[in-house]
Design a protein around this ligand. Structure first.
Ligand code: IPD
Ligand code: CA
Ligand code: CA
Length: 271
């Protein structure tokens, strides 16, 4: 019998192939909100994933971004982002993925993130380690923010309420750099495999974080909210790091929340 993770990986690979077909056709997009894009690929990928999950696990609950799941009560709940990085996808910027995370009785037990543009399959099971295309992966050993490369994101919804530019600026000034590639699950996967030292974001949804949070933990990292409290998948904000940097990043975040700027923002020139 196949395991949860094997089935999730099979489904993610199949929907990744479907998304790649759409990518070759350069399809258009629609708007869900002012700047919130959705495409036929998001819907087709979700329909495929939900159908496959229903075939394999008819009693499991499924919370899927485009609303096609069945988020009823069950011991098992899948969190599905059928296309994470839709804005990238719609513009032909090749950073997007399919991600499925599985929770049992409120605890994350399995997760996959599949990047069809690089054919990279990230997967993790609770207590079983994290893997990229079958090879074990680990977080980095960077021990100081000033030696780090990190990532963040800016959600499409409620942009004007997002305070992240303050965090972005400080971290960009105080480290090797901050990337904003536009797909939260890829950011988390890259922390797990050591391409990034940490990642944070405000305003995420459970399907963006579920698989990636497990992956980072299984790769030796730490995942909490932005104040260091245990991650709440419905709590919208996340800090995922290599564990060694956790205390220093939280200290910096606490300063920024308190309105302190280690590096003042430059004034605009007055003409
Ligand atoms: C978005 C991406 C982006 C992040 C947003 C997410 P979507 O997911 O992960 O990087 O900054 O917060 O909503 O809408 O493309 O699935
Ligand atoms: Ca997403
Ligand atoms: Ca999505």
């Amino acid at each position: 019998m196949k395991t949860f993770i094997e089935i999730a990986a099979e489904i993610a690979r199949e929907s990744g192939a479907r998304i790649s077909e759409f990518a070759r056709q350069r399809i258009g997009f629609e708007l869900k909100g002012a700047y919130d894009l959705v495409t036929e690929a998001d819907r087709a990928s979700e329909a495929l994933i939900v159908e496959r999950l229903r075939q394999h696990f008819p009693t499991h609950a499924v919370l899927a971004e485009e609303g096609g799941g069945n988020d009823g009560s069950s011991e098992y709940r899948w969190y599905v982002d059928p296309l994470d990085g839709t804005t990238n996808f719609a513009h032909g910027f090749p950073v997007y993925n399919v991600t499925l995370g599985l929770e049992r009785a409120g605890e994350l037990i399995a997760g996959v993130i599949y990047d069809p543009t690089r054919d990279e399959m990230f997967q993790a099971e609770l207590g079983g380690g994290a893997f990229l295309n079958g090879e074990r992966i680990h977080v980095t050993k960077a021990a100081r923010v000033e030696d780090s490369l990190s990532a963040t994101g800016f959600p499409s919804r409620k942009r004007h309420q997002n305070i992240n530019v303050h965090f972005y600026y400080q971290l960009a000034m105080l480290s090797h750099g901050v990337r904003r590639a536009g797909a939260a699950a890829i950011d988390l996967a890259y922390v797990a495999c050591g391409r990034l030292d940490f990642f944070w974001e405000f305003g995420l949804n459970p399907w963006d974080m579920a698989a990636g949070a497990l992956l980072v933990r299984e790769a030796g990292g730490t995942v909490t909210d932005m104040h260091g409290a245990p991650l709440n998948l419905r709590g919208q904000h996340v800090l995922a790091d290599n564990t060694l940097l956790h205390a220093e990043v939280l200290e910096l975040f606490a300063e920024i929340f308190a309105g302190k700027q280690r590096v003042p923002m430059p004034e605009l020139p007055v003409r």
